[in-house]
Design a protein around this ligand. Sequence first.
Ligand code: GCO
Ligand code: MG
Length: 428
Amino acid sequence: MALPDAGLAPLAPAPWVEERGATLRITAVRTFLTAPHGCPHLIVRVETDDPGLYGLGCASDPQRTLAVRSVLDDYVAPLLVGRDPDDIEDIHRLLLNSAYWRGGSITGNALGGVDVALWDLKAKRLGAPLHALFGGRVRTFAEAYTHVDGRDAAEIADKVLAARERGYRHVRIQAAVPGADTYGAAGGGTADPEAVRTRRAPWDGAGYLRHVPPVLTRVRELVGDDVELLHDVHERLDPRQARDFLRRIEDAGLYFVEDLLAPEDAGHFKRLHDASPVPLAVGELFHDPAQFTALLAGPDIDFARIRVPTLGGLTPARKIAALCELRGVRLAPHGPADVSPVAQAATLAMDISSHAFGVQEAAVFAPQVHEVFPGTITVRDGGLRPHQTPGHGVDFDEAAARKYPVPEPLAHDRWALLRNTDGSVQRP
Ligand code: GCO
Ligand code: MG
């Protein structure tokens, strides 16, 4: 698709463009697909008429990668070429409105990729690390958490203690339910890779309620109190089961339990939050800031699991972070391997400059990811530390990226195959 010539007036010029006269102009919005560790990443590069000055963002949605790329290539890029990259707030709202029917994760990730790239560009232009534009640091590092899972409490506890040895003070623990598909744990308790790939094991909600709480409690007994334990329910319980689960896990002393309910059942959080001392975290599935503001009014949650690309970038994410600070809710941004090192560094700029920050989910990236994304930030002593270089500090090596094409078929059935024991489909 041919982009408008940079010399052309932008399709949607800002009314103040004449006042300001000649400034930096966006000459191209380019997208790149790469999968250095198997998970598809969609990277956005906003280029300008200052050679060598560009911004990088991440629009990675492993479930709808090509749709997000089309939004960027076919709809967003033509609206941005010729515009001044400085007008981040104006561009964010203009792009949101340009779709008319606003919102959704595909639009969110597309706008998120552009938004992070524009913030990166602005910081580079000013010669400052990105967090300096957000009011500067309020902490030395951002506490990070890692994932462990296992088939029984002893195996999980050993992995928690090993993670503690590596410096982590926060560890997410997932327990396999024998014979059932369990999120984040060893393939539903089966060693059969084909059974894991085809998700032959069903989700068994009653079995999860019986099996997992005593395992979580036993892990706490085995590892002691010198480590924070987290658990992700992954939106698989209904409100009645969720109430029961909270009661059963009280003695595990969890730092938070995540996605206890699906976004569709978020109206039940208030009752659960009022009835239980167990801290609640939710939000990786939220693509509209209004989903957070509804829960922050109470507040009916304890942690906001913001996924910066999906929410539309740092512009909306930082507004939710500010509201969290004012409402006494903590940030626990999403950051597994489907969030690229570009998005992780951008999220870290928010974490390090927000008083609301609590803990950052931190993927452990394979060496080939570092090759594609020079400057990838890794966890050290249980925390993440931002670069002091201009921008978010992570670059993108196009040649290296081409070595890791996205595997076909891109449409995958990972979440479509999951069913309950009665054969009905189950949420991911
Ligand atoms: C988490 C998330 C992920 C999601 C993944 C979907 O808490 O890290 O639940 O594991 O499953 O991001 O693409
Ligand atoms: Mg999760």
